[in-house]
Design a binder for this molecule. Structure first.
Ligand SMILES: Nc1ncnc2c1ncn2[C@@H]1O[C@H](COP(=O)(O)OP(=O)(O)OP(=O)(O)O)[C@@H](O)[C@H]1O
Ligand SMILES: CC(=O)N[C@H]1[C@@H]2OC[C@@H](O2)[C@@H](O)[C@@H]1O[C@H](C)C(=O)O
Length: 444
């Protein structure tokens, strides 16, 4: 391997998102502020497995006992991540011993970040902080490859009153910001989330991020329902493209107070999953003329309307909307978003990265941030009161822990300089302008 390459860091990242369609794994090289994707692999789940996971997560929400299933799921994820790591290494011709660390997000089993009355008997009716629970087992990965693994990324943020999501914001900023153009990044996963990326020259604007509402989640549930579980998504949006948007569905869904709530905000399966879909189906009994493809068209239009409603919180309308996540392949959804927002769209393929690789790349990057003692969330991203370092660290059991970790942290300090470090790489930042504040996300 070239010495220059070894100067950087090699990190693996894994994500199993709210679509529950499989595990995404990425191996990245971080060098002088630049992120390079060395290998990406998607390990798909069969429709049957996705169905089983959906079932145990919704049983979990209704309080049925599922500890064993959650444990089994944790095992499945760790096995998948371990074999993905070896696959990523062979795809990129990197030796596993060269990997510096990994980040694993796991599966969000429950996400209710707002304070609430606890389940136990509580005569004073006092609120306790919000909850976010990700299922993952970082130990196998750490033991097998002798690397530090970062996991449980969201809990630290929620513990201090943040939303715990979105977290990928700083990665979006590092990867997609431009010196001159105001951009926004839109992740179209099960849930959609938006990151505003002001041009570096717009000193007063904030790198804001929040969830905009459903992305593919309702669409996927509708497809499973329509096809009796045979198909889990509307491939390329072919079916929704031939449907007619029904006002009754739009009114029913867009009436949700979610859409007028200002950021910070995050959402999930709890709000846009099985329960919401069942309520919609009951409501549609009054509208027997609604065809299956009309339902899909209306759900795609709702996701696009959610994005538009998020635009009102941005400092200015972006010049370009960069799409990531599996929904980027949904041509109909993409067309609806461009039309409703009036902003041209592109996908991360323009940057050479598959749209579904972005979140796994982000968790590789966030692991490097955590190991270098740097925050991943800011008041402008999750509403946390101050910048928060997220993630728990599983140290490798190879006896060389302190020295190796220190080495990684030092390297990360040197090689993650943009755009909020003191010496931005010239290729990314023009001149030596003011820097972003890690406390607020604003330029200072
Ligand atoms: N060719 C395609 N056409 C239409 N939709 C697609 C296509 N490929 C993937 N998708 C959609 O993308 C989804 C998966 O996207 P992705 O992996 O980005 O979501 P996720 O990471 O699970 O969710 P989240 O970002 O909310 O955590 C699928 O469930 C499907 O709805
Ligand atoms: C609680 C949770 O898992 N949220 C996910 C989900 O999937 C998309 C959206 O909702 C986003 O807020 C978040 O994931 C991305 C990776 C994030 O934190 O940036």
């Amino acid at each position: 391997m070239a010495d220059k390459m070894r100067d950087g860091l090699f990190f693996a990242g894994f994500m199993c998102g709210t679509s529950l369609d499989g595990v995404d794994g990425a191996l990245v090289h971080i060098y002088q502020g630049k992120i390079e994707l060395l290998a990406y692999e998607h390990h798909p789940f069969s429709p049957r497995l996705t169905g089983w996971i959906r079932e145990i997560l919704s049983e979990n929400m209704t309080g049925k006992s599922t500890f064993q299933s959650l444990g089994d799921l944790e095992h499945l994820l760790s096995e998948t991540e371990t074999s993905l790591t070896s696959r990523l290494c062979s795809l990129s011709s990197i030796s596993p011993s060269d990997i510096d660390g990994a980040g694993t997000h796991g599966i969000t089993a429950y996400h209710r970040p707002s304070p609430h009355v606890p389940s136990w008997e509580n005569p004073e009716n006092t609120n306790i902080p919000g909850i976010t629970i990700q299922i993952s087992n970082p130990y196998r990965l750490s033991r097998k490859y002798g690397i530090p693994v970062v996991y449980d990324f969201r809990r630290a943020d929620v513990s201090v009153g943040g939303e715990g999501a979105p977290l990928a914001t700083l990665f979006h900023r590092a990867a997609f910001s431009d010196p001159h153009e105001n951009r926004a990044f839109l992740n179209l996963g099960g849930i959609a989330n938006l990151t505003y990326l002001p041009a570096f020259s717009n000193a007063r604007q904030t790198c804001l991020s929040f969830d905009t509402g459903p992305g593919n989640m309702l669409l996927d549930l509708a497809m499973s329902h329509i096809t009796h579980g045979e198909e889990t998504y509307d491939k390329n949006g072919q079916r929704s493209a031939s449907g007619t948007v029904q006002k009754c569905i739009q009114d029913f869904l867009l009436d949700d107070p979610w859409f007028s709530k200002p950021p910070p905000k995050s959402t999930g399966r709890e709000d846009w999953g099985e329960e919401k879909f069942a309520t919609l189906l009951t409501f549609l009994k009054n509208y027997p003329f609604v065809q299956n493809n009309d339902l899909l068209a209306s759900l795609a239009e709702t996701s696009a309307a959610g994005v538009l409603s998020g635009f009102r919180w941005l400092d200015s309308k972006p010049d370009l909307l960069i799409l990531g996540g599996g929904g980027s392949y949904n041509v109909d959804l993409r067309r609806r978003i461009s039309r409703i927002t009036g902003v041209p769209t592109t996908t991360t393929e323009r940057f050479g990265w598959p749209p579904q690789a972005i979140e796994s790349m982000a968790f590789a990057y966030l692991a490097a941030l955590t190991l270098s003692g740097r925050p991943a969330s800011l008041p402008s991203t999750t509403g946390c009161p101050h910048a928060v370092i997220g993630g728990s660290i599983v140290p490798p059991q190879n006896g060389s822990l302190p020295a190796r970790l220190r080495e990684i942290c030092l390297a990360a300090e040197i090689h993650l300089p943009f755009p909020d470090r003191a010496t931005p790489p010239e290729s990314r930042l023009p001149g030596s302008g003011p820097l972003f504040s890690e406390e607020t996300g604003r330029r200072q």
